[in-house]
Design a protein around this ligand. Structure first.
Ligand code: PMV
Length: 318
């Protein structure tokens, strides 16, 4: 019996992953680029060898659906594994568009592989984590990370690649939590619906690689305006494929729209602030660290809570 604990930060995509070319392996239809956040963490302990498979999530027993995802994932590490015990907790809202699945499956990969006695490097852990949740492939490094689509059928080249470390650029991500309610539809079925029913999905897929090129160069040049423009457009294009689904997938709440207008007003008054949104109503705003307080003040009237975060580091194993 061996136990390992991993503490992992979530990442927020600046250029989004939306759509799969292979569902079971989570192979993406597009490349993406993210920023790993500090402060928020998922902490996961895996015990390799227990009387039965048993999982605790945020202090309560996992539902049968959650247990299936967790233990099917551990089967990827070793199909002949013993029963395992898993305890995992987020110190931020789960499943509300705050990227909890990115840190969740990266933490399960890191802790699970270590508890199983497997010495995997970050790239191998990224390939593993990706099979739990696509965005988890980017949480194996701190700072800015690209997820390369890859071309192989088996997904071994669909992997995260570090672009710049966390201290490369003094930026902030200000997160306006408009609602921490669990979302009505998860990213998996919403992606499928976009691919199957949105007339804009083809354009989304066709234009994504160029967006990542622009974003990568902007990160390396520390060009906030160039990064901000492509990042906002990626978000709006992704949400356009959702709102044009049949039936429509609409995550924005009134507070979301108010935050979007607040960010546009900040820019009109000369503050370089740029937004992104995931599969949920919350708004995340990228800006220079020196402008984070002004951005925080502009979002606060429209949100239940506003977090001021910065670039975070790589997973820690204990
Ligand atoms: O990894 P998933 O299946 O939770 O999908 C994440 C999708 C988005 O958060 C909306 C975008 C992204 O690139 O993280």
């Amino acid at each position: 019996m061996a136990t390992a604990t991993a503490t992992v930060h979530p990442n927020i995509a600046l250029v989004k992953y939306w759509g799969k070319r292979n569902g079971p392996l989570n192979l993406p239809a597009v490349p993406s680029l993210s920023l790993t956040l500090d402060t928020f963490t998922t902490r996961t302990t895996v015990t390799w060898g227990s009387e039965a498979d048993r999982a605790q999530l945020d202090g309560r027993p996992a539902t049968p659906g959650e247990s299936k995802r967790i233990f099917d994932f551990l089967d990827l590490i070793d199909p002949r594994r013993p029963p395992c015990a898993v305890t995992t907790a987020n110190d931020f809202p789960t499943a509300a568009g705050l990227a909890s699945s990115s840190s969740g499956f990266a933490a399960l990969a890191v802790a699970g592989a270590a508890a199983a006695g497997q010495d995997l490097d970050a790239q191998a852990l990224s390939v593993l984590a990706r099979q739990g949740s696509g965005s988890a492939s980017r949480s194996l490094w701190g700072g800015f990370v690209e997820w390369e689509m890859g071309t192989r059928e088996d997904g071994t080249d669909s992997v995260g690649v570090p672009v710049a470390p966390k201290d490369h650029w003094d930026v902030a991500m200000v997160v306006a939590v408009v609602s921490d309610a669990k979302k009505a539809i998860g990213s998996r079925p919403a992606m499928r619906l976009s691919a199957e029913t949105s007339p804009y999905y083809g354009t989304w897929v066709k234009t994504a690689a160029a967006d990542v090129e622009v974003a990568r160069a902007a990160v390396l040049n520390r060009d906030l305006e160039a990064l901000g423009r492509v990042m906002e457009q990626s978000t709006h294009k992704m949400h356009a494929t959702m709102t044009t689904c049949t039936p429509p997938v609409f995550y924005a709440q009134p507070g979301t729209i108010a935050c979007i207008h607040a960010v546009m007003a900040l820019r009109d008054s000369g503050t370089s602030a740029w937004l992104t949104m995931d599969a949920g109503p919350n708004v995340k705003v990228l800006c220079a660290a020196a402008d984070a307080d002004a951005v925080h003040a502009a979002l606060a009237p429209h949100a239940a809570v506003v977090h001021r975060l910065g670039p975070g580091g790589a997973p820690v194993l204990s």
